[in-house]
Design a protein around this ligand. Structure first.
Ligand SMILES: Nc1ncnc2c1ncn2[C@@H]1O[C@H](COP(=O)(O)OP(=O)(O)OP(=O)(O)O)[C@@H](O)[C@H]1O
Ligand code: NI
Length: 270
């Protein structure tokens, strides 16, 4: 089967281009229209924020891009172009590796995302070895450098520790180190700072920003916190009830909001 490829998408530094995506959750008594005709673009070296209240469909979008949506999810329409190829048109056998070679993801609860039974070092080395054909020792060196890159002190000691021995903020940095180990084109961060206290939040956002600058990663930042958006995002998509009701640059959204829902969100933040 021929994949759907759009070369134009590639030339404009567009890493992710979601076109008219509709996704339903099929329930015994009804279908929930979780995503409706959604359009969203993420560009190389830019942070695109996907903002909306709880239940608006943000995580559903993230899972659909990763190809790991729940079993009862049905995509009824649309395309998800990742680096120029519509991942929805890829055969099942190619889809997982195509996506996982290009996209990293971090979730709200870093402690749950790490394996409690393996040390930080084991998990990082494993992540390196998935993507590179190198020796364990070489992978260890890369792992140590990754921990330094996310400003974690004493990486040698840290490698020997288990996740429960770390604070939430440290775990989230380890997750960023794991997600960035293969320099993904796109990083999806789903509420990455929600579970953390304010000073740690700022440090994690700083790590995402330096990943964007250093590697040119396109970042899709999912949040309901417009304060975070103002601080770090380039572009913003406002989501409500499965729709994008408004999108634009940070300045557009904050200084010239068009949609009543955007104004309500802004008013609630002040
Ligand atoms: N597997 C599922 N089956 C049925 N409904 C689901 C399923 N997963 C999510 N939903 C529903 O789909 C809608 C969108 O959920 P989603 O988790 O994408 O929202 P969200 O914007 O990420 O919310 P939050 O900010 O709380 O994380 C919600 O109404 C949710 O209850
Ligand atoms: Ni969510």
């Amino acid at each position: 089967m021929q994949y759907k490829i759009d070369k134009g998408v590639r030339s404009e530094n567009v890493i992710l281009d979601i076109r008219d995506l509709s996704l339903d959750y099929v329930m015994p008594d009804q279908n929930i229209h979780a995503v409706i005709d959604l359009k969203l673009v993420a560009r190389m070296g830019k942070i695109t924020a996907l903002v909306g209240e709880s239940g608006s469909g943000k995580s559903t979008v993230a899972l659909a891009v990763m190809g790991i949506q729940d079993k009862n999810a049905v995509i009824s329409n649309g395309e998800i172009y990742l680096a120029g190829t519509d991942v929805l048109s890829l055969p099942k056998k190619d889809k997982r590796s195509y996506i996982s070679n290009r996209v990293g993801i971090i979730f709200q609860d870093p402690i749950d995302s790490l394996n409690p039974l393996l040390t930080i070092g084991e998990q990082l080395v494993e992540a390196v070895l998935i993507h590179e054909k190198i020796t364990k020792n070489q992978a260890r060196t890369i792992a140590l450098n990754q921990l330094l890159a996310v400003s974690l002190p004493q990486p040698e000691e840290l490698m020997k520790k288990y996740p429960f021995m770390l604070s939430g903020g440290m775990c989230q940095r380890v997750m960023i180190a794991i997600a960035s180990v293969f320099r993904p084109l796109l990083l999806i961060a789903d509420e990455p700072t929600t579970a953390l206290d304010v000073t740690i939040q700022a440090q994690i956002l700083h790590q995402l920003d330096s990943m964007r600058k250093r590697d040119g990663t396109a970042i899709l930042l999912i949040t309901h916190d417009l304060g975070v958006v103002a601080e770090i995002a380039d572009d913003v998509c406002i989501m409500k009830d499965g729709h994008i009701v408004e999108s634009g640059t940070v300045d557009d959204i904050f200084y010239n909001p068009q949609h009543v829902h955007t104004r309500q969100l802004l008013a609630a933040t002040l």
